[in-house]
Design a protein around this ligand. Structure first.
Ligand code: FPP
Length: 251
């Protein structure tokens, strides 16, 4: 029986974030170069987008390239950039047919011009779609994002647009690249690594974490549904007691 049959339609997370990890190891196991793993990882991207749309997840954030990934060998960075452009070109029609919207977070200006051009074009072309929103994290890191937010807040205080006393959690949220996007209820990392790698550190404060041993190029719809089922069996307490969650009227 597929895990999809066990999913409670009323408890589907609105936002799922994924650290797609293990492409290099997947390729090495097959005696191939790392970029082969990235190419094969594209099929997993297709698969999770389709799975997320099928169960009505509203936001799916994919960590495609981190600020730290710029330190990888040049041939790998170049191959990843070319892959991005090719994937955008080949998948645009399908994403559009499926009513998918695309949002990009990260330091877009640091990407090569040809990537920026394609990214901006596809984001614009899909901007009126109303189904699943895919949030692509490109040249993204939480340290970059948080420092950016702090600088803009400081500048707005200096210009007297806001006062220091206005700074709240909600205001801080609104200065992040994920402003208007709800925090993820579930974060999946593949390949058995159990760390956050500078990904959505502010937004994941109360997110349920799911670490899958599967390497990203092997990750498919069924693995995604398993993570959703696991999430649905957890009790989210947000600092309260189990009794309070089960009997909300308890004083
Ligand atoms: C991490 O695996 C993966 C990446 C840094 C790149 C992710 C890219 C893709 C899945 C392909 C293209 C995606 C899009 C959205 C176009 P790793 O290389 O760190 O693997 P390792 O830990 O085994 O070395």
């Amino acid at each position: 029986m597929s895990c999809i049959d066990k999913i409670d339609k009323n408890k589907v997370p609105r936002h799922v974030a994924i650290i797609m990890d293990g492409n290099g190891r997947w390729a090495a196991k097959r005696g191939n170069i790392r970029t082969y793993g990235h190419q094969q990882g594209v099929e997993s991207v297709r698969s999770v987008i389709s799975a997320a749309a099928r169960i009505n997840v509203q936001y799916l954030t994919l960590y495609a390239f981190s600020t730290e990934n710029w330190n990888r060998p040049k041939y790998e960075v170049d191959a990843l950039m070319t892959l991005m452009v090719n994937v955008i070109k080949s998948e645009e029609a399908e994403l559009n047919n499926n009513n998918v919207r695309l949002v990009v977070i990260g330091e877009i200006s640091s990407l090569p011009k040809r990537v920026q051009k394609e990214v901006n074009r596809i984001v614009e072309n899909l901007s009126n779609n109303t189904g699943l929103t895919v949030v692509m994290a490109l040249s993204y890191s939480s340290h970059w994002e948080i420092i950016n937010a702090v600088k803009t807040i400081a500048s707005d205080v200096k210009k007297e647009k806001i006062g220091v006393e206005d700074i709240s959690r909600e205001l801080f949220d609104s200065y992040l690249s994920t402003a208007k996007i709800p925090d993820p209820e579930l974060m999946i990392r593949t390949s058995g690594e159990a760390r956050l790698s500078n990904f959505l550190l502010w937004q994941l404060a109360y997110t349920e974490l799911f670490f899958s041993p599967t390497l990203w190029p092997d990750f498919r719809e069924e693995d995604f549904y398993q993570a959703i089922c696991d999430y649905q069996n957890r009790e989210r307490r947000f600092g309260m007691t189990s009794e309070q969650i089960q009997k909300p009227n308890l004083k």
